[in-house]
Ligand binder design. Structure first.
Ligand code: ADP
Ligand code: MG
Length: 252
């Protein structure tokens, strides 16, 4: 289980994350929602040890992440960051092969190569395997990064806005993959989502953040409420249920 205590991040005298206690549900898909600047990325980065908290600690299965060796952490937890920029000229295959690095240490086995191919197949990028990343569309590149995380095959997988720049068909493909990773493979998936309908339909749990704090968290059905979402985003919207499905409509 991922747990955090007194977790705080400040820049100069501005506190951007301040969470007394966080227990991420084990297994399933947990969506992190909230307006721009709420602290979602900062929280995810601290959980993944990509950012150092100003105060407090994150525990992975009871162990303070600061005391976990890099390779060990990379075999247990993977993070897809929000802004994936790579200066090196890499092919799709090179990128996804990085996901195997914690296991292969650069000496890929047939099993690693098979994992890479399978992950590319899952995101429908097989025909682009030998393309350079800078020869892809934004959405194709985004799917390549998702494939890299899938290839890492960790128990915990954190995704920061993985549906960014995906068309509706590929957004559905990717969210279903995350759903499957949780439901079929028993992984714990944490995902920052902006599409509240996707959160309502595909997440088991939702954590709502605003101004660095957790406003409310719980089962998806409990969080997708008009009063909570209106105040969270300061926006007029409605939540309705039709044929057992929840719809969030934003009046814009
Ligand atoms: P979210 O992902 O919810 O949109 P972020 O975690 O990216 O929010 O950012 C939370 C707040 O922290 C924002 O107000 C942002 O401007 C600020 N912030 C993030 N990174 C830095 C930084 N390196 N220096 C100063 N402020 C930062
Ligand atoms: Mg963010």
């Amino acid at each position: 289980m991922i747990r955090a205590e007194n977790l705080m991040k400040s820049y100069a005298d501005t506190t951007v994350v301040d969470i007394a206690e966080l227990k991420l549900p084990q297994g399933g898909v947990t969506a992190l929602i909230g307006p721009n600047g709420a602290g979602k990325s900062t929280l995810l980065s601290m959980i993944g040890r990509l950012e150092t908290p100003t105060k407090g600690s994150v525990f992975l299965d009871g162990q303070d992440i600061r005391s976990i060796r890099n390779t060990d952490l990379a075999r247990r937890l993977a993070v897809l960051k929000q802004d994936n920029t790579l200066s090196a000229r890499l092919t799709v295959r090179d990128l996804v092969t990085f996901g195997r690095y914690p296991y292969s240490k650069g000496r890929t086995t047939p099993q690693d190569r098979q994992k890479v191919a399978a992950s590319l197949e899952l995101v429908a990028l097989t025909p682009f395997t030998d393309r350079f990343l800078d020869e892809l569309s934004g959405g194709q590149r985004q799917r390549a990064f998702v494939a890299m995380v899938l290839a890492q095959d960790t128990e915990y997988a954190l995704f920061d806005e993985p549906l960014n720049s995906l068309d509706i068909s590929h957004a559905v493909t990717v969210i279903r993959l995350l759903r499957q990773a949780a439901s079929d493979l028993g992984k714990t998936v944490v995902v920052v989502l902006h599409d509240l309908n996707f959160a309502a339909r595909h997440a088991d749990h939702i954590i709502a953040m605003q101004a660095g704090r957790i406003v409310e968290s719980g089962p998806a059905k409990q969080i997708i409420r008009e009063d909570l979402l209106r105040s969270l985003y300061d926006t007029e919207l409605s939540v309705t249920t039709r044929n057992g499905r929840v719809f969030v409509d934003v009046f814009g």
